[in-house]
Design a protein around this ligand. Structure first.
Ligand code: PLP
Length: 277
């Protein structure tokens, strides 16, 4: 390599930090996790570590021991001393000259942050509006990959429309999930959500929402829905680790129910609170 330029400056290639040659930057060649704590306790750590380990295995990142990851997460969380924290971490395949294939000897790069969580109390009380966006993603959305361009574009479109989240609609006209959340509807006393397959992320929140449905005594139906069906439903909500359950009161410009947080959605929020306390 002869030239490296960063912004307007030239650098001696041998003196440029390896992180600039990270395959995460070049290709999104890595996987990540987001978890959170409630009142000083990390929630569902084993679930997140299991998903992370699977994501790594699915893309053949084999040089990072999951026990080491657990140690780093717990160590960083203790050091940050934030009771309600958001913990983000990712691993990339490593750093090297840009080339699509990789060398198995490559050493993975690990990155982690701990920060304060955004306050969710207002959106939980009032609910949010969501918009629709085509699901432009690849065919392995079950892997929590760093490639999030389609999700980023969808969410930006939602924000531009004054919405909190974009609900993704596949080429056949069915809802898959949110740009960064799982999607749920309630109708006729039943909870309906997308079945787990390669086209959605196995959301940890989803797992606990299904557990909550059992506690509440609500039947769960896993099936694909079209946006038009959802518009006539009684309640809808999204689920994501950083905020657990967020009621949706407006769906693609249509008011859901009476425009207030539904009774059953509130039961899910309350039940989740029991799981996390
Ligand atoms: N679906 C997508 C595409 C996501 O990015 C996320 C979270 O970031 C979720 C669903 C929710 O997953 P979890 O409940 O594990 O946070």
């Amino acid at each position: 390599m002869k030239i490296v330029m960063i912004q307007d400056k030239f650098f001696d290639p041998s003196r440029v930090d390896d992180i600039y040659f990270d395959r995460g930057l070049y290709f999104g060649d890595g996987v990540y996790e987001v978890l959170r704590s409630y009142k000083g306790k990390i929630f569902a750590l084993d679930d997140h570590l299991a998903r992370f380990e699977r994501s790594m295995k699915e893309i053949s990142i084999l040089g990072l021991d999951i026990n080491k990851v657990r140690e780093r997460v717990e160590g960083a969380f203790a050091k940050a001393a934030i009771p309600d924290a958001k913990i983000y971490f990712h691993v990339t395949r490593g750093s090297g000259p840009r080339g699509h294939s990789w060398d198995d000897e490559m050493k993975p790069n690990f990155f982690l942050t701990v920060s304060e969580l955004d306050d969710s109390s207002e959106i939980k009380e009032k609910g949010v509006a969501v918009s629709l966006y085509p699901d432009l993603r690849w065919k392995r959305c079950d892997i929590k990959s760093l490639n999030l361009l389609a999700n980023v574009l969808a969410n930006q479109d939602a924000v531009k429309k004054g919405c909190f989240e974009a609900i993704l609609v596949n080429d056949d006209g069915y809802i898959t999930e949110g740009s960064s959340s799982a999607f749920f509807s309630i109708n006729d006393g039943k909870l309906i959500t997308t079945p787990l397959a390669k086209n959605i992320l196995p959301s940890i929140t989803r797992k606990y929402v299904l557990k909550a449905a059992k506690t509440i005594g609500l039947e769960v139906i896993e099936k694909l829905l079209r946006p038009e069906e959802v518009k006539a439903f009684e309640e809808t909500f999204i689920g994501v680790t950083t905020r657990d359950i967020v009621p949706v009161v407006e769906f693609d410009g249509v008011t859901i129910g009476n425009g207030m947080v539904g009774k059953l959605t509130k039961s899910f929020i309350d039940t989740f609170e029991i799981f996390t306390s």
